[in-house]
Design a binder for this molecule. Sequence first.
Ligand SMILES: Cc1cc2nc3c(=O)[nH]c(=O)nc-3n(C[C@H](O)[C@H](O)[C@H](O)COP(=O)(O)OP(=O)(O)OC[C@H]3O[C@@H](n4cnc5c(N)ncnc54)[C@H](O)[C@@H]3O)c2cc1C
Length: 283
Amino acid sequence: MLSDKPVPGSGCRTVKTGRNTEEYHVIGGGVAGLCAAFVAKERGHEVTLYEAGEKLGGNMRLAAYPPGKGDITNMIRSYIHRCQKDGVEIKLNHEVTADFIKEENPDSVILATGSRTLVLPIEGIDHPSIIYGSDLLEGKRAAGKKVLVVGGGMVGCETAAFLGEQNHEVTVIEFRDTVGADVIHEHRVYLMKDFEEYGIGQITGAKVCRFFEDGVEYETADGEHHEARGYDSVVLSMGYRNYNPLEEQVKAIVPDTYVIGDAIRARRALDATKEAYDVASQI
Ligand SMILES: Cc1cc2nc3c(=O)[nH]c(=O)nc-3n(C[C@H](O)[C@H](O)[C@H](O)COP(=O)(O)OP(=O)(O)OC[C@H]3O[C@@H](n4cnc5c(N)ncnc54)[C@H](O)[C@@H]3O)c2cc1C
């Protein structure tokens, strides 16, 4: 059957894709997976989206917790709405494995498995007392009164502001000479106002070389070693690393397999959705 569905973003032009309707499996219900799912569905394919967790939205759900960012969840809401309206079949609590793909044998697979907390090989980092920033934002773990946030990029700074708003005493420690270096200018202005309002401390130019239950040891540019200790909780926020465990196996089963979003490299939501759109609108 030829698909003659309108192509999204093409000014509602109706085009023949020249392809048969195919069965697509989209793995991962973050913004990349959701976007790829509704675009593929609008192209006339049969699409099933699998999400390992009980909620859709992936890491962008966490982006909504820091001060002033609640509206960002609208993006997720509108993507879920489009998937539902278009008739994408959504399966939650379903962690896809290569064996499952083998059994199902879909025509194509889009892998949108996202990213996970970056855990660098630093002594003590794997101690159970260390709290991952994403677990904290999601309410899976709670921090004590005095908190050290390790990593002062966008997510670390927002996590610090989130804690500051809840009356924690917070310090951020960062390798670079400034915190929030990767934050877009206008957002950084407000983030720094939050830092001022909540009295968030900063230790910069500090390379963390050891974790303790109550703090860290760090090295400064002059080679000197220092300790920042006496905290009730240490929160890990040194970044995210792509999570793409299925690509090799799935490609061996289904050659028409694509990888999109943070599963390629952890970045921002708009990079993920652009890739999702580009891939799904070509298939
Ligand atoms: C705290 C925080 C704040 C952020 N703030 C912003 C921001 O303000 N602006 C911005 O642009 N970006 C922000 N980002 C980055 C943004 O969230 C990511 O770029 C975006 O979520 C990537 O989307 P994704 O769909 O590729 O991956 P993810 O959001 O990671 O989603 C991947 C999904 O795949 C699922 N999954 C994994 N393996 C399987 C499997 N085998 N089977 C089924 N499902 C599976 C996971 O459960 C997850 O739901 C933030 C990130 C974090 C962590």
